[in-house]
Unconditional design. Sequence first.
Length: 135
Amino acid sequence: MTVTLVVDGAVHALPGAVRDDALLVEADALADVTGWHLRDEGLCRGDVCIPRFALDGLEHADGLDLATFARALGRPLAVEPAAALAVLAESPDDQAGAIAAGQAPPFVLPDLDGNPVALADFVGRKKLLLAWSSW
């Protein structure tokens, strides 16, 4: 089956499976998308490794558990198992500096007609961002 993973603003279709409401993806496919490779010493990207003892529950017969992967990286993950869909957000630690400096992260949202509008469309102009939630 195919698992859809949205990461860093891009949508990827990865080979994987859904088991007990967990999304699993093949290790090589996840490495291609994120740059994190599973090695003997742990989950590594470049010279940085998360040791195996911190990865309890990551490996399954059908692939790597995306929730455990996200927890290990300190990144939020939204999952919809019925749709085999997951969205891996950026680490709050990575965003903290920009937010502290008063900079909004880049985003694209639909306008009232459904056309995509990016924050970057308004570079050099004053902007007012208003957010609302019913909960």
